[in-house]
Every structure is written in C-alpha cells, then in structure tokens.
Write a protein of this length. Structure first.
Length: 101
C-alpha cells in the first residue's frame, strides 16, 4: 500500500522533470497546512537535490516572504486573509490555486 503523499511527491517530481527542469527558479506551494508541510519535508529526500532546492511548501505568509525574498507589501492583495489550517482542511475535496490573472 502506498501512502498518498508518496504518490503525490513521485508524480510531482515527474511533472517537474518533464516541464520545468531549468525554467522554474522557485516554486512555493501555499497555503499548505503545517502538518502537511512537516510530512512533505520528511518525504522530500526522494526528490533530486536540484529540484528540492527549487520547491517549498509553506503554511504562512511569512514563509512565502522568506522563501521568495519578497516583503509582505509586495505580495498580491489576493493573498491577504488566507484561511487557517482548519478552514483549508474542513470539508475539502480539492484545493485549486490559479496562477496569473
């Protein structure tokens, strides 16, 4: 039996290799509940080092700023008021975050 997180990380690595080998400078996945961030960080050992350095999972706006080098006032207005971990998880089947406008 495979853990869903392991399957996700393997699929994520495959997509990254095929589509973003040198294009992406940094990918920050946000908002991710803290418990998932902790699990992902322990599972990241299966991802190649070069890819690992480009990908971060964070649960707070402060984490986004730390990973991107941006200040809070540089973040898009849409990121303000992001739900807490329990709100993200409550009744969620899928979480979709669109890029761009």
């Amino acid at each position: 039996i495979r853990l869903p997180l392991t399957s996700f990380l393997q699929e994520f690595t495959k997509v990254m290799k095929e589509n973003y080998p040198e294009r992406a400078h940094k990918i920050v996945m946000y908002p991710v509940p803290r418990i998932i961030v902790a699990l992902v960080q322990t599972m990241m050992v299966v991802i190649p080092e070069k890819t690992r350095q480009k990908v971060s999972f964070v649960s707070s706006l402060e984490g986004v700023c730390e990973e991107t080098g941006l200040s809070m006032d540089m973040l898009p207005d849409e990121m303000a008021g992001t739900p807490a971990d329990f709100e993200v998880l409550r009744g969620a089947i899928a979480l979709e975050i669109a890029a761009g406008g």
